[in-house]
Design a protein around this ligand. Structure first.
Ligand SMILES: *[C@@H]1O[C@H](CO)[C@@H](O)[C@H](O)[C@H]1NC(C)=O
Ligand SMILES: *[C@@H]1O[C@H](CO)[C@@H](O)[C@H](O)[C@H]1NC(C)=O
Ligand SMILES: *[C@@H]1O[C@H](CO)[C@@H](O)[C@H](O)[C@H]1NC(C)=O
Length: 375
């Protein structure tokens, strides 16, 4: 096994909070799967773009997407304007009971400041670059953002407006306190990596798969996703994953909804609109079924039922004058057959990682194949 620097980096991150470290694994896995599907003739273009900057974010493997896939997360603390670009939420969305995408009042946040529009924006910038209308530095940042945002789009909790995407919902995972968002960003993937059958430590008879692997702790997991998922379970669905509907679907929050919105405008907080999908780039079409997973499988119903919720337990910490603070409500354990077991059996996390990777590769091939033919 090749011991590359990314492997060493992962071991170091074990000492920092799991949510952040494993969030990185999810993005790197998606980027690695994308790498397998890149048309060989576009690799020099990817190399060029990623090798442009001379700063410390310079990837040591300039033609691989995984090392740059988490750049945008490191940036969000430095460049706060970019933080909102990692997610989207509609007003009134409230899984597990109600999954609205968008809600009648539209989307939360500011216009253009969401992951769906961000994907369209950075793809547009890369398209400009292929026409010589954007500089190399712009293309470098846009590509790093695109790789990351396609990952965020495939994390269901990045698509819900409730509780900051589950960040404020405390739960237990194998007895340890975490929150629903961290569980999906990292802990489920961590467990999946830990429990991959041993036979996946051997190379698969697929050079494209093996060539994209980098000697990381998740190589076996990626082999399993490809072997059991992409090449078997979802084999017939894969061609649909990176296609968009023939006719552009009606843009969200338009038409009759706009009438409702204008009627409601006086009544309360209003949301923003999101730009329409196109027939080659359709983040809304891709995201809609991913968002629906929040009601189907992601958001545990128990969180809204006693004793975990629904009984005002949110305010348990408040010390109403004169009264002793109420005891903390019990936290819901999610590493159970009923919750994690169903997620594992349906391979829903693995499917999201594969979809993210294959769609990302589709966008990059679309963007750069002509460019490659020209040069
Ligand atoms: C990347 O940049 C380094 C120097 O910074 C250079 O040696 C190397 O050839 C470049 N690689 C590519 C693929 O352009
Ligand atoms: C992307 O967003 C920036 C900043 O909001 C804007 O200036 C630019 O025109 C957008 N580009 C495309 C191609 O959408
Ligand atoms: C690995 O083992 C599992 C059973 O645990 C089997 O379903 C799978 O096909 C095997 N994978 C390979 C690549 O042989």
């Amino acid at each position: 096994m090749r011991l590359s620097r990314p492997l060493a980096a992962l071991f170091i991150t074990f000492s920092i909070p799991a949510a952040y470290a494993w969030g990185a694994a999810g993005h790197e896995i998606i980027a690695t799967i994308a790498q397998m599907y890149l048309h060989p003739s576009i690799l020099p273009t990817i190399c060029d773009i990623l090798n442009f900057s001379e700063d410390e974010t310079q990837p040591e493997q300039p033609c691989h997407l995984a090392p740059i896939s988490t750049w945008a997360d490191k940036l969000r603390f430095k460049m706060r304007w970019s933080a909102a670009l990692h997610y989207v939420g509609s007003l009134d969305d409230h899984p597990s009971q109600t999954c609205l995408f968008p809600g009648e009042r539209g989307w939360a946040g500011t216009r253009g400041g969401n992951v769906l529009d961000a994907i369209k924006n950075v793809t547009g910038l890369l398209e400009d670059w292929t026409r010589g209308e954007a500089g190399d530095a712009t293309a470098n940042e846009a590509l790093k953002f695109l790789v990351h945002f396609m990952g965020d789009l495939h994390m269901p909790l990045h698509l819900t407006g409730r509780d900051r995407g589950g960040n404020s919902d405390r739960v237990l995972w194998s007895g340890r306190q975490t929150n629903l968002h961290s569980l999906w960003d990292g802990l489920l993937i961590a467990k999946a990596i830990r429990t991959v059958p041993r036979n996946y430590s051997r190379p698969l008879p697929y050079p494209d798969v093996e060539h994209a692997l980098r000697g990381t702790i998740y190589d076996s997991y990626i082999r399993r996703i490809m072997w059991e998922g992409v090449f078997q379970k979802w084999k017939d669905d894969v061609p649909e994953w990176f296609s968009c509907p023939e006719t552009t679907p009606p843009p969200p929050a338009r038409g009759w909804q706009q009438v409702v919105m204008s009627l409601k405008r006086l009544a309360g907080k209003q949301g923003v609109e999101i730009g329409p999908d196109t027939d080659v780039l359709c983040p809304y079409h891709w995201a809609k079924p991913i968002h629906a997973l929040n009601c189907d499988i992601v958001w545990p119903k128990e969180l809204d039922e006693p004793p975990y919720g629904g009984g005002g337990s949110k305010f348990a910490d408040e010390d109403v004058a004169g009264r002793p603070p109420k005891p903390h409500p019990p936290l819901l354990e999610l590493d159970t057959p009923k919750y994690a077991g169903v997620i594992e059996d349906t391979m829903v996390v693995e499917k999201l990682l594969a979809q993210g990777g294959i769609r990302l590769a589709g966008i990059l091939n679309y963007l750069f194949l002509e460019e490659a033919a020209r040069s």
